[in-house]
Design a protein around this ligand. Sequence first.
Ligand code: HEC
Ligand code: HEC
Length: 360
Amino acid sequence: MQQKIFIGLALTLIIVIFIPIYWAMEPARQEAAHQRQQAEAAERGAELYTSSCAVCHGSEGEGKIGPALQGSQLGQDALEKIIALGVPGTGMTAWSDEDGGPLKGHQIEDLVTFIKNWGSTLPPAPAPTPTPTLTDNVADGRQLFIDKGCASCHGQNAEGSDIAPALPGHNREDVIRQVRSPIGSMPRSGPEQISDAELEIIVDYIESLAPVTEHREPVAMEDALVVHHWMALYALESDNQAEAEHHVSHILELVTDPEHKAQMEKVIEHIQAGDLHDASHIIEEMLAGKAEPGLSLKNLHLQLALASLEANELEDAKHHLEHFVDLATGDEKARGEEAIDLLEQGNIHDAEHEVEELME
Ligand code: HEC
Ligand code: HEC
C-alpha cells in the first residue's frame, strides 16, 4: 500500500512538474532542431552546388556563364522551378529527374536552402576536392571528371548532352588544349582549378572510353537549332567569326523552313564580309521568330544584355538595351532607358538588376 502511494505521488510529481517544463522548452527544442535540419540541408546543397552548378555560376555564386546566384532575389518557388525545369535554349538545362535531369526533388530543395542562406551562418560551399591519391586512374579520372564539372555539361559518362558534345574518341592533345584554351563556349580551366596532374588523370579516363561508332546528335532537333542560334550569337559578340560560321553551318544542316535557310545563307555572307552586326541581327530575328517562337525579340535583347553585363561587355550590353528600348513601349521603355542611364553612370549592379526585373 505504502509503495503504491509512493508511485502515485511520483507520477503526479512528474505530471505536475516535468510536463510543463517540457512544454516550456519544446518550442526552443523544435527551433533548434529546425535550424539543425536547415544547416544539414544547406550543407548537402552546398556539395551539390560545387559539383553541378559552380562551373557555370561560379564557386562563390558570383556568376560566370550563368547569372550570379549569391544574394539572388528570386523566391523559393521561383528557384525551385528554374532549377527543376531549366531555361530552354540556354545552358541552364532541366535538373529535375522528372524532366530528364539528374536530381531528385529533395536535392533541389537542398540546393534552394543553400542558395537562400548563402553567406549567412550556414556553412559555405566546400572547397573543390583535393587531388586524390592515384590508385586506379580510370576510376579517379571519372570522379574528377564529375567533381571538376566536366560532367555537368558533357554528361555523367562523357556521352554528350544538349549543350556539349560527346568526348569518346578524343586524344590527349585535344583534351588538354580544349581545357586550357577552349574553343567555343566551354569555360577555360587553368591550373588553379585543375592541376596538370589532375588533367592527366581526366585524360586517362577520356582515352579509356570506347569510341562511339556513329556520330550521335544528342539533342532533339529543335533544341539543337535553338542552341546553335545562341552559340552563333555569343560567338559573334566575342568577334569569333570562325566559330559563328561553324554554328550557322549547323543551323543550315538542321533547318527545313526555306525562308529561315535563305536568311542563314545571308548570315554566312555577312560574316564572310566581316559584317558581324548585320549577321547578328538576322540570327536574332530568326531565333525569336522561327527557332524559338515563344521568345520575343524584346526578351532576347534583354537576355543578351544581361549576358553582356555579366561578361563585363558594357558596350554590347548598351547596344542590346537600346534595341530593347526601340521595341518597348510605356513603362517598359522608361525602365529600359533607366537601365541605360545606370550603365552610363557605371552603376553596373543596378543596371543588371533593372534588366533582370524587366525579364520577369
Ligand atoms: C552549363 C551551365 C550551367 C549549369 C551547369 C547550371 N546553370 Fe543555372 N543557369 C545557366 C544559365 C546560362 C542561366 C541563365 C538562363 C537565362 O538566360 O535565363 C542559368 C540560370 C539559373 C538560375 C536563374 C537565375 C536568375 O537570376 O535568373 C538559377 C536559379 C540557376 N541557374 C541555378 C542553377 C543550379 C542550382 C545549378 C546546379 C544544379 C545550375 N544552375 C547549373 C547555366 C548553368
Ligand atoms: C559549361 C559547359 C562545359 C564544361 C563545364 C566543360 N565543357 Fe568541354 N565543351 C563544352 C562545349 C559547349 C564544347 C563544344 C565547343 C564548341 O565547339 O563550341 C566542349 C568541347 C570539349 C572538347 C572538344 C570536343 C569536340 O568534339 O570538339 C573536349 C575534349 C572537352 N570539351 C573536354 C572537357 C573537359 C575535360 C572538361 C572538364 C575539365 C570540360 N570539357 C568541361 C562545354 C563544357
